[in-house]
Write a protein that binds this ligand. Structure first.
Ligand SMILES: Nc1ncnc2c1ncn2[C@@H]1O[C@H](COP(=O)(O)OP(=O)(O)OP(=O)(O)O)[C@@H](O)[C@H]1O
Ligand SMILES: CC(=O)C(=O)O
Length: 332
């Protein structure tokens, strides 16, 4: 039994009771439902399977909802294969179009795809693809060098909070937190929805969030080092130091922290992780992470139960190693 909370992300690849049961047996303690892709009401059957699987394994699982909040995303669209050098027109929300200017660089889907903006229209923008890939519905979008303000809670978020008690939600993730007021607003919305016992997980996803950390610590139940979006806002080689700095600040303030994203990315398509991935999980837990979480590895990957097995087993090894280090230091 690990002390570290072990989270998967719910999605099409793990919706059956059989798969979810295998994931709980492998050591999963909770799951995240990403409300940028669905709603609690539309996930009724999935959540029912989740409960049945947990009951079968004798687990009282956490159910974490990840709100839409101020994150920028692509609109609903059919997938498009974008090749480098190609120009294509993408439908975008008014909030994004208002911020875009010709010449801007945009990163799509956690930076997998990169493009420059050719022109901006009323409903869409023309992009020149620099780094290609398949562009899919509702993927994240970052405009380099611009922080576009958005609401802490969208109408969709408020509707989901109203349903949260019914579906047994135990924690709420707020994306792109950059000020303590956002967390206070969420805390008040939770109290209004009779959810005062629900934990708040504050996602640090950009440099502003990192700078605001000292003010966020007293307002959060968990700080989330959300490396997907954070890695879009920094040179990637700067990310490990930022992760270490956030971890240290959390340890000093005694606020739990969670490390997420790409922990077992290669396992979306392979049953065994890389050595680098298991080292990443081990180091996060050895640095004091209270929780670790995978995202698309379980939501859309081919080996969701194996992913949880590697995540939980590696976290357990790191806990053992940390305890052994502490006891040998105490003996000296
Ligand atoms: N409930 C769901 N229903 C359908 N597809 C989903 C669902 N949850 C996730 N997915 C798919 O799995 C992918 C990975 O899930 P994840 O939650 O990591 O999404 P994301 O959009 O990359 O997240 P982030 O909020 O970190 O930007 C999503 O991009 C989406 O295509
Ligand atoms: C999970 C997530 O939101 C991120 O890493 O950006």
């Amino acid at each position: 039994m690990t002390l570290t909370e072990i989270y998967g992300t719910l999605g099409p690849a793990c919706q059956s009771e059989t798969t979810l049961t295998a994931m709980f047996r492998a050591g999963m303690t909770g799951m995240r439902l990403n409300l940028s892709h669905t709603s609690l009401a539309d996930s009724r059957d999935l959540i029912e399977n989740y409960r049945k699987a947990a009951d079968a394994c004798g687990v009282s699982p956490e159910l974490l909802i990840d709100l839409q909040g101020p994150e920028l995303r692509l609109s609903e669209m059919a997938p498009v294969a974008a090749d480098p050098g190609q120009n294509l027109e993408l439908p975008l929300a008014a909030r994004i179009l208002d911020a875009l200017e010709p010449g801007d660089r945009v990163l799509i889907d956690d930076g997998k795809i990169e493009a420059s903006v050719v022109s901006v229209g009323d409903r869409s923008a023309a992009l020149h693809i620099l780094r290609g890939g398949v562009i899919k519905s509702r993927k994240s979008l970052k405009i380099e060098g611009k922080d576009v303000a958005g609401p802490a809670l969208t109408a969709h978020d408020r509707a989901n909070l109203a349903d949260a008690r019914t579906y047994g939600v135990t924690a709420v993730m707020e994306p792109f937190v950059t000020s303590p007021e956002t967390l206070r607003e969420l805390r008040a919305a939770l109290a209004d929805a009779d959810l005062a016992d629900v934990r708040i997980f504050a996602k640090i996803e950009n440099k502003q969030g990192v700078r605001a950390l000292p003010a966020l610590l007293p307002e959060a139940d968990m700080i989330v080092i959300a490396r997907g979006d954070l890695g879009n806002d920094l040179p990637l080689w700067a990310l490990p130091a930022v992760q270490k700095d956030i971890a240290q600040a959390c340890r000093l303030a005694q606020v739990p922290f969670m490390v997420v994203t790409q922990m077992l990315a290669s396992m979306a398509d392979a049953p065994v992780p890389t050595r680098a991935e298991v080292s990443d999980i081990f180091n996060a837990v050895a640095d004091g992470a209270a929780a670790v979480m995978v995202t698309n590895e379980t939501a859309v990957g081919h080996y969701p139960a194996e992913v949880i097995r590697y995540l939980a087993k590696t976290a357990a090894e790191a806990e053992k190693w940390t305890a052994a280090q502490a006891s040998s230091a105490a003996d000296r």
